[in-house]
Design a protein around this ligand. Structure first.
Ligand code: SAH
Length: 374
């Protein structure tokens, strides 16, 4: 089988070059061609000797996942369903804003954790994505967006970064697919590839403590933690991995992580579930709980999906909750719901998962996929 160059971060690519009888610096040239210029064809790589290009063409390829469906929301948010083979699809979402463009990237086909309010969890789990399939989402988005920009006549030049930020907040638990996620993030940060600063790549985790501490050493990017509860009792219920790594351990790991992180705070994500975790007493508990960690709060109004069994907290409940936190001195934002008309909002990414865990047998209904022809 041919080697997919999207699977190789700089270090691995340099080793591959040596293995192929080339100097390690060839890796830099290749990274630039593949990731910066989006080349998938070795013929165009004019600064690489023809004989080596031929060898590459025989042994290697640049194979990102291909698009199965694209949906564009009223607010410009785009969701792509990307084909990752054998009937599986994962979703990536691009969220344009005035001052940045954020790509939300998936790390697994489905998710093996069982957060009760998340639609990806309901889809069950099939497998981890490869590095190529993870970084391929960024490769793909850049291609697609620059193609459209050129078609629509907007100015695109080498300085224009259409995707300026990446959040590892799509389908899956990124720290459960540690090695592939780290290699993909290294490419996102590499100056010869995407050159994003560590502050502009955010990993969100439900709280896998040992892997979080490893990430601190290997690739400390900005950190978001799916806290969602002010105490272990509620968190055990809705984020079951809490039974393995309870709040005290998790917060301790956050503090250790911050010693190496590119930002001096952790973002605590907190989904607002009516009647479950949104009461003033919960906010007050949270005020005390989070004291020990330098943090900001991002309240996420629950995004509904069929048979979720939950309801979004009302506006007033969210405002009251926010005020209790901010009056105690915390910085709090309420996440704007983007792309919810195409089910592209947090926790709504479901992709197409051939479940291996049988969780989906409980699920009666599948969602139709709209294909918007461009
Ligand atoms: N598994 C990682 C990455 C997913 S990030 C994590 O748990 O952090 C997606 C964010 O959306 C997480 O904070 C997740 O808890 C939250 N989320 C999941 N389902 C949601 C829903 N239905 N409505 C709003 N937010 C949701």
């Amino acid at each position: 089988m041919s080697l997919n160059l999207l699977d190789y971060d700089a270090e691995k690519l340099a080793a591959l070059m040596v293995q192929m009888g080339e100097k390690p610096f060839r890796a830099k040239q290749l990274l630039k061609w593949v990731h910066q210029r989006g080349a998938a064809d070795f013929d165009v790589m004019s600064d690489i000797a023809k004989s080596f290009r031929q060898k590459l063409a025989e042994q290697a390829c640049v194979a990102p996942p291909s698009m199965m469906a694209e949906q564009i929301a009223q607010d410009g948010t785009r969701k792509w369903l990307l084909d990752v083979g054998t009937g599986n699809g994962v979703e990536a979402v691009f969220i344009p804003e005035d001052d940045r463009g954020t790509l939300c990237v998936s790390s697994q086909v489905g998710c093996a954790l069982d957060c009760t309010f998340c639609s990806t969890a309901r889809q069950g789990f099939n497998r981890n994505l490869s590095t190529a399939e993870i970084v391929g989402q960024l490769w793909w988005a850049n291609q697609r967006l620059s193609f459209d920009a050129a078609r629509l006549g907007s100015a695109v030049n080498d300085d224009t970064r259409i995707v300026s930020n990446v959040v590892m907040m799509g389908m899956g638990e990124p720290l459960a697919n540690y090695d592939n996620v780290v290699s993909a993030m290294k490419l996102m940060l590499d100056d010869n590839a995407y050159g994003l600063s560590r502050r502009r790549v955010t990993l969100s985790t439900s709280g896998m403590v040992p892997q979080l501490l490893k990430l601190r050493e290997d690739c400390p990017v900005a950190l978001a933690v799916s806290l969602h509860a002010p105490n272990d009792k509620i968190r055990d219920e809705i984020v079951p991995i809490n039974k393995k790594y309870p709040l005290k351990e998790l917060l301790n790991a956050c503090n250790l992580y911050l010693e190496k992180a590119p930002r001096d705070f952790v973002t605590f994500e907190y989904v607002m579930l009516a009647g479950i975790n949104d009461q003033p007493e919960h906010a007050r508990q949270l005020v005390d709980l989070a004291r020990s960690v330098s943090c900001k709060f991002n309240l996420i109004p629950f995004n509904p999906f069929p048979n979720s069994g939950y309801a979004r907290s009302g506006r007033e409940a969210i405002a009251r909750f926010r005020d209790i936190l901010s009056n105690a001195g915390y910085i709090v934002t309420v996440r704007k719901t983007r792309g919810d008309d195409i089910d592209a909002a947090c926790g709504q990414l479901a992709g197409q998962v051939l479940d291996k865990t049988r969780r989906t047998e409980k699920l009666a209904e599948t969602r139709p996929i709209l294909f918007q022809q461009k």
